[in-house]
Design a protein around this ligand. Structure first.
Ligand code: GLC
Ligand code: CA
Length: 561
């Protein structure tokens, strides 16, 4: 068992545009983040994952980068960034940057050059193909709607964009591209940043032939089989590791869309010499996806969720390290998706979810606002939405596939990315204390009852509960390093599991339902004296009894020595 700092830490994701605006232009910025570092220190987290702050025309809120070595004007300057890094380090906080290198913006100088002519030195920085019989090179659909190819008349060819057309895919098979990226990464690491979260890193290597994909009843062909975990992805990451990552004591985590256990071990196995961890998404989109992919209003089933979590907990045991997360900037808020965001159960279920995730084996990632129990949002009109995926998919599904507008709005309320992008709710003043100007996206109306100011000094708040979960991780090694064992796989309401280290056993019990339910102690724990480490209810029942009555969304963590 290798003890490593990035296994022991808790990561907090900041989506800068929505975190804190310092100058009243309605857009969160770096100075805003600096002003909230003490909040993060108080919460107790160790690492900040900063969503992109690089120069960008903001087609996809910074995930379309036009200059990797400049800061976005909206967010401030490089001096501001340096100050952020210094101030974070002063407080013992580390910062990992989002590395978006599957694609750039079409306004990046590489692309501007690449477009100019067939013999431009940057031509092969991107993926260009000739059309077929006056049509696109193949039938692939972009993940953000429409075709995955865009025509450019200058050279009468098409370029590939898995995401928006303003996000052309880089050609990783070109060694010059890779070396430029490695140089850029080295430049940031030499500045002193503490690692990278690598955006859609599983897509960087494409199969060399570009055949049509299956349409699965939709309008476009599926590019996934030709682009996910492509032929050279592991060679390139090993090269990146050898040339860059291995020279620093940093943390790396790859966003590995479509990853299986076996692939995850290739990316981030202890022997892999590629990355430290990968994000897998089976517990999110896969559990609800249907006819229109992730656009659905289906509810997850707890039995399925446990199956997926168990598979990852057991599958990586001793081989690789899990990322633990309920949400991020592309997903709905945790409490709305997995808990119950009604007034009655919001806080209690948010605490239960925190317990369930933080006691699993792996590194926990908190998405901003989750520690307050912030919820999804329902805007009446599509005009209030800002996310281009949401907007494009609305038009595609409503106009081309016959989904009723009301139904589509339900899908958006359920899974749309803007659920996670409404401004952070700092207090009950106008705009939730996020900005003195007009926020770039509307604030969730519930900020008067859900905000940091109300929670920070309230010992019973979701915030204080998260703080305690983080403290426990620092105090009990078993939470970080203990082995995992699922109990009651078929129970529809309870997610219970054990962690085991030496002679210690930690029992975690979470009621995912609003019904009272009963938990029967495993035989080997009956009669043993347990110590309650944390619970989301004031608890006075005996914990060494054979049966425990669980109240709605109740969770308990009990240590047996
Ligand atoms: C990742 C990001 C997402 C972005 C996409 C394209 O999935 O998390 O926000 O839109 O990649 O960069
Ligand atoms: Ca601002």
């Amino acid at each position: 068992m290798d003890k490593l700092w990035w296994k022991e830490c808790v990561v907090y994701q900041i989506y800068p545009r929505s975190f804190k605006d310092s100058n009243g232009d309605g857009i969160g910025d770096i100075k805003g983040i600096i002003s909230k570092l003490d909040y993060l220190t108080d919460l107790g987290i160790d690492v900040i994952w900063l969503s992109p702050v690089y120069q960008s025309p903001n087609e996809d809120n910074g995930y379309d980068i036009s200059d990797y070595q400049e800061i976005m004007d909206d967010f401030g300057t490089m001096d501001d960034f340096d100050m952020l890094l210094t101030e974070a380090h002063k407080r013992g906080l580390k910062i990992i940057m989002d590395l978006v290198v599957n694609h750039t913006s079409d306004e990046h100088k590489w692309f501007i050059e690449s477009k100019k002519s067939l013999d431009n030195p940057f031509r092969d920085y991107y993926i260009w193909r000739k059309g077929k019989n006056g049509e696109m090179p193949n039938n692939w659909g972009s993940w953000f709607g429409g075709n995955a190819w865009e025509y450019d008349s200058t050279t009468d060819m098409y370029y590939l964009h898995i995401f928006a057309k303003k996000q052309p895919d880089l050609n990783w098979d070109n060694p010059k591209v890779r070396n430029d990226i490695y140089d850029m990464m080295t430049w940031w690491l030499d500045k002193g940043i503490d690692g990278f979260r690598m955006d859609v890193i599983s897509l960087i290597s494409k199969k060399p032939d570009f055949p049509d994909g299956e349409t699965h009843g939709g309008l476009y062909g599926d590019l996934a089989p030709f682009c996910i975990h492509g032929p050279n992805v592991h060679n390139y990451l090993r090269e990146m590791n050898q040339k860059v990552l291995s020279h620093y004591n940093i943390m790396t985590v790859g966003e590995a869309t479509g990853v299986t256990i076996d692939e995850a071990i290739k990316y981030a196995g202890y022997e892999s010499k590629e990355l430290n961890m990968v994000f897998q998404f089976e517990h999110l989109e896969n559990l609800i996806s249907g006819e229109y992919g992730k656009w659905s209003d289906k509810h997850f089933s707890l039995v399925d969720l446990k199956k997926v979590m168990n598979k990852w907990q057991k599958g990586l045991e001793g081989k690789a390290w899990n990322c633990l997360f309920w949400s991020n900037h592309d997903q709905p808020m945790a409490v709305s998706r997995f808990g119950n965001d009604s007034e009655k159960y919001r806080e209690i279920s948010a605490k239960m979810l925190g317990t369930c995730m933080h006691m699993l084996k792996g590194t926990p990632y908190i998405y901003q606002g989750e520690e307050l129990g912030m919820t999804n949002v329902k805007f009446d009109s599509l005009d209030d939405y800002r996310d281009l995926e949401t907007i494009n998919k609305y038009h595609e599904l409503v106009n081309q596939r016959g989904v009723k507008p009301e139904k589509m709005m339900e899908y958006i309320y359920h899974v749309g990315r803007d659920n996670a992008r409404t401004p952070m709710q700092w207090d009950d003043s106008e705009n939730a204390g996020f900005s003195l100007g007009t926020p770039w996206i509307k604030v969730n109306e519930n900020y008067k009852i859900i905000n940091a100011k109300m929670q920070v000094n309230n010992p019973d708040s979701v915030y204080s509960y998260y703080k305690k979960l983080i403290e426990l991780r620092k105090k009990y090694e078993i939470i970080v390093y203990g082995d995992y064992e699922l109990l009651l796989p078929d129970d529809k309401n309870i997610y219970a599991y054990l962690r085991m280290l030496g002679s210690q056993i930690l029992l975690i019990i979470c009621n995912f339902s609003e019904d009272e339910t009963e938990f029967i102690m495993p035989n080997n724990l009956i009669g043993k004296k347990g110590e309650l480490l944390i619970s989301n209810y004031k608890n006075d029942t005996d914990i060494d009894k054979m049966r425990l009555k669980l109240r709605p969304y109740e969770s308990r963590v009990i240590l047996f020595q």
